[in-house]
Design a protein around this ligand. Structure first.
Ligand SMILES: [Cu+2]
Length: 67
């Protein structure tokens, strides 16, 4: 499981954009977002570098908590 913190994720729109960006890498990834803590948990065969790249393209800066 990959766990990220995305500080600039502030509302439901953001969490939708983040989910879309992650699933661009692999549509089968399961994305669980807690907006209050800004933590994103990604289950599945996650390629961290590709996910960070897609999030960056979408305009979000993610910090890796656990990989
Ligand atoms: Cu937002």
């Amino acid at each position: 499981m990959l766990e990220l913190i995305i500080e600039d994720m502030t509302c439901g729109h953001c969490s939708g954009m983040v989910t879309k960006a992650v699933q661009k890498v692999d549509a089968s990834l399961v994305v669980d977002i807690d907006l209050s803590t800004k933590i994103v948990r990604i289950s599945g065969n996650a390629d961290t570098a590709s996910i960070l790249q897609q999030l960056d393209i979408a305009g979000y800066t993610a910090q890796v908590v656990t990989e």
